[in-house]
Design a protein. Structure first.
Length: 96
């Protein structure tokens, strides 16, 4: 999900930009996630024939189409009552 949010926010990102934006993810996991998103038609990978190699990622039209739903989900999470945020066993969504 982090990849999608970052691409929605900045449109086109290089692999190194994504690595910096999501420091908690390993390089191997980031590559796997990008490949899955590309295979699912959500992310487009563009390779430029140059030295050093340049690879950019951006959302496909289908990927961009899901962004309003993700925005609605974030708005919903922000409305969560504070009493639920501290209850034991609850998910760790950001507090609103």
């Amino acid at each position: 999900m982090d990849i999608i949010f970052h691409l929605f926010d900045r449109a086109v990102l290089r692999f190194s930009d994504l690595e910096r934006a999501i420091p908690a993810v390993s390089q191997k996991m980031l590559i796997q996630q990008l490949r899955e998103l590309e295979r699912d038609g959500i992310v487009k990978r563009t390779v430029y024939a140059q030295v050093p190699p340049k690879v950019e990622y951006d959302l496909t039209e289908w990927g961009k189409a899901m962004c309003p739903a993700l925005d609605a989900l974030l708005e919903w999470a922000a409305l969560r009552p504070k009493s639920l945020a501290s209850a034991p066993g609850r998910s760790r969504l950001p507090e609103g």
